[in-house]
Design a protein. Structure first.
Ligand SMILES: Nc1ncnc2c1ncn2[C@@H]1O[C@H](COP(=O)(O)OP(=O)(O)OP(=O)(O)O)[C@@H](O)[C@H]1O
Ligand SMILES: [Mg+2]
Lengths: 282, 356
């Protein structure tokens, strides 16, 4: 078996391994631990420079309740949901269809179109900042959730198409042919044969896109401003007011904002991992 | 009426021409088997009949209708794929009824047809299972069941048994044969297993490199092959081929101690060197002689195959039914009825028929 299981290594190796693991884990999680710790401190700790010591008072409930009841956080969270969920649905639905067309049909220009979908992913999105903003402004979609959703869908569909097309290519083509011989219409083949078999891919992609979009900060601040459209990633900076940075509230807000993607991941974990390794083992 | 007629059918993939002008007539209700070595175009030809592959040239008729450009669904055919192609997310029942359901057949009618097919194929107990919970033979039966429920005029099979183990293959072979008798439909069956071809076929089509080598009844091809390729392909073990020479109306076979066989009739003029074909079944070991070395002796229970090497370095297989081994490494001879000899042209492989 490779690698050799750690239980069969020498004692020295085992000890090094066992002590390095927690160390690496702490290093890895340090930023998260810091944020979690900050979120239960009073603001006074930050002004007095007590970042890492024992909190001068334990403010878990006050901080979190202020995030929920005294700030715009709930609105920002709702905005995030209203932006992320339609984007996930839109991008996944579109890419199922584009993936089916590119994966199943051998038409002239198939590869060219596919390459264009892929090429879109290689454009650094920062250089699109100004034109995209101008576009949304002239379309009357600046500072609206709809504008952000449409834009995200357009941008994510390239990657999603790559993912879906490759997944569909790996399905046995004989299934499609069998259905064709049986006189099943093409769109029914898509709906009744291909779509059910794509469930793992859909789950994986949904989690992935959900996380991407939920965590998006760049486009959120480029295309929106203010609590009526901004998602939580951008909204959190509202705690940085002109005169004071409320680190404790920002930390609490960050923790709250991180929960949905994590929850999504755990809910879909089984499908997600199955989807990512699909095709690797067969 | 659902015979199948191919008229000088061609197929190319880009520049590669795969099927060259195939003409073929399959009668209504006939069991026709395509055999040939790997890559000869059997599957391609079958897929063209199914409509899954475009025809480059020529015409295809099914049941008297020109279907050359017709969609697969409208050809009145059903196809069983080598990989079975069962829908993994549907139960056996749903798999078999899917085509009908998609074409708007009422539910109770589907249920009746599925039940009938399941009974014919002994699948009744398995109707609720998913394909992944079935054995290879059961999956194969479901795939056939899916073809049956649609009641097609023509069944197309592409190596349906090649994924099964030997025992199951024999069982399914019998099953398919029974099915053909029960349904009376036209069946076209692709295989590279010549035993399947011999046992199932009313008509065998031997293909090589996209061309038909010979068409005929199984025993006709076995007894009277038109060329060395068909002679070697049909029959197991394969026909033995030895070098020979015609001289003064006599056939000389150097490999068998320069055996001289007087020919009953005259060979066509101008032929000197020939290929001599001898079936292993027509040869008999002659233990009193010793011109051949026994390289290997295989006992298969009822029959034994002895692999012999001649002094000229050619090889020879002999089939015998007696149980006592020829000792490996020993020396033997062979004897045979001279009328069993078949002669072929050494270059083209075409059969040389002796005119009286
Ligand atoms: N889509 C394709 N594009 C190009 N060439 C192809 C294609 N499909 C088949 N061929 C070629 O056509 C020839 C015949 O293929 P086919 O699959 O019909 O062979 P076969 O007789 O069924 O062989 P086997 O017994 O291995 O299944 C082969 O040389 C193959 O390489
Ligand atoms: Mg084949």
């Amino acid at each position: 078996m490779f690698p050799i299981p750690i239980e069969r290594r020498s004692r020295a190796v085992q000890i090094t391994y066992q002590s390095l693991i927690p160390l690496a884990l702490i290093m890895w999680l340090l930023p998260l631990i810091a944020v979690a710790l900050f979120s239960i401190r009073p603001l006074a700790d930050f002004t007095s420079g007590n970042y890492w010591g024992v909190p001068s008072s334990f403010e878990l409930f006050t901080n979190y309740s202020r995030v929920f009841f005294d700030s715009d956080m709930p609105r920002y969270m709702l905005n995030s949901v209203l932006i992320t969920v339609p984007t996930v649905i839109g991008a996944v639905a579109l890419s199922c269809m584009t993936g089916f067309a590119l994966g199943i049909y051998r038409f002239r220009g198939n590869l060219l179109i596919f390459l264009m979908f892929i090429a879109g992913n290689f454009v650094p999105f920062q250089i699109l900042m100004v034109p995209v903003r101008d576009l949304t402004v002239s379309a009357g979609l600046y500072d609206t959730k709809l504008g952000l959703v449409l834009f995200h869908i357009a941008f994510q569909t390239g990657f999603c198409t790559l993912f879906m097309r490759n997944f569909i290519r790996a399905l046995p083509y004989a299934l499609i042919e069998a259905a064709r011989v049986e006189g099943v219409a093409e769109w029914r083949i898509f709906w009744f044969v291909v779509l059910p078999l794509m469930k793992p891919a859909i789950a994986a992609l949904a989690v992935l896109i959900f996380t991407f979009i939920w965590n998006d900060y760049f486009w959120a601040i480029v295309l929106t401003q203010g609590p009526n459209a901004q998602p939580v990633t951008a909204g959190i900076t509202a705690f940085n007011s002109q005169f004071i940075a409320q680190y404790h509230l920002m930390s609490a807000g960050s923790i709250v904002a991180a929960i949905p993607p994590v929850a999504m991941f755990f809910l879909m974990q089984r499908h997600f991992i199955a989807g990512l390794t699909l095709g690797a083992v067969k | 009426m659902s015979g199948v007629i191919l008229e000088s059918v061609d197929k190319s993939f880009g520049d590669a021409e795969v099927i060259h002008g195939v003409d073929l007539q399959v009668e209504d209700g006939e069991f026709c088997v395509f055999v040939g070595p790997s890559g000869c175009g059997k599957s391609t030809l079958l897929r063209m009949i199914a409509g899954l592959e475009d025809v480059t040239g020529g015409k295809i008729f099914i049941g008297g209708q020109d279907v050359t450009r017709t969609d697969p669904a409208d050809r009145g055919i059903a196809m069983v794929f080598q990989t079975y192609a069962l829908y993994p997310h549907m139960s056996v029942e749903e798999n078999m009824g899917f085509g009908l359901r998609m074409n708007g057949v009422p539910k109770d009618e589907i249920a009746v047809k599925v039940r009938e097919a399941a009974e014919i194929l002994r699948l009744t107990e398995l109707l609720k299972r998913k394909p992944k919970a079935l054995s290879g033979g059961q999956r194969q039966r479901v795939a056939i069941g899916r073809a049956i429920v649609r009641g097609p005029g023509v069944f197309l099979f592409d190596e349906p048994l090649s994924n099964l183990d030997a025992e199951l293959r024999v069982e399914m072979r019998v099953e398919i044969s029974r099915l053909h008798q029960e349904l009376g439909a036209t069946m076209i069956y692709v295989t590279h297993d010549q035993v399947e071809a011999m046992t199932l076929a009313d008509k065998i089509v031997v293909l090589r490199q996209g061309e038909i080598e010979q068409v005929g009844k199984p025993m006709q091809l076995y007894r009277d092959p038109g060329n060395a390729f068909v002679g070697g392909f049909i029959g197991s073990p394969s026909m033995n081929f030895l070098e020979g020479r015609i001289d003064n109306g006599n056939l000389h076979i150097p490999a068998l101690a320069d055996l001289v066989v007087p020919l009953q009739a005259t060979a066509p003029a101008g032929i000197a060197g020939v290929t001599v074909g001898l079936r292993p079944q027509n040869l008999e070991l002659d233990r009193t002689d010793s011109q051949l070395t026994v390289e290997l002796s295989e006992m298969l229970g009822g029959v034994r195959y002895d692999y012999l090497k001649t002094s000229t370095g050619e090889r020879l297989v002999v089939e015998s039914r007696d149980a006592d081994d020829a000792d490996e490494g020993g020396s033997v001879g062979v004897s045979f009825d001279h009328s069993a000899i078949q002669l072929f042209h050494p270059d083209s492989g075409v059969r040389i028929r002796l005119s009286d």
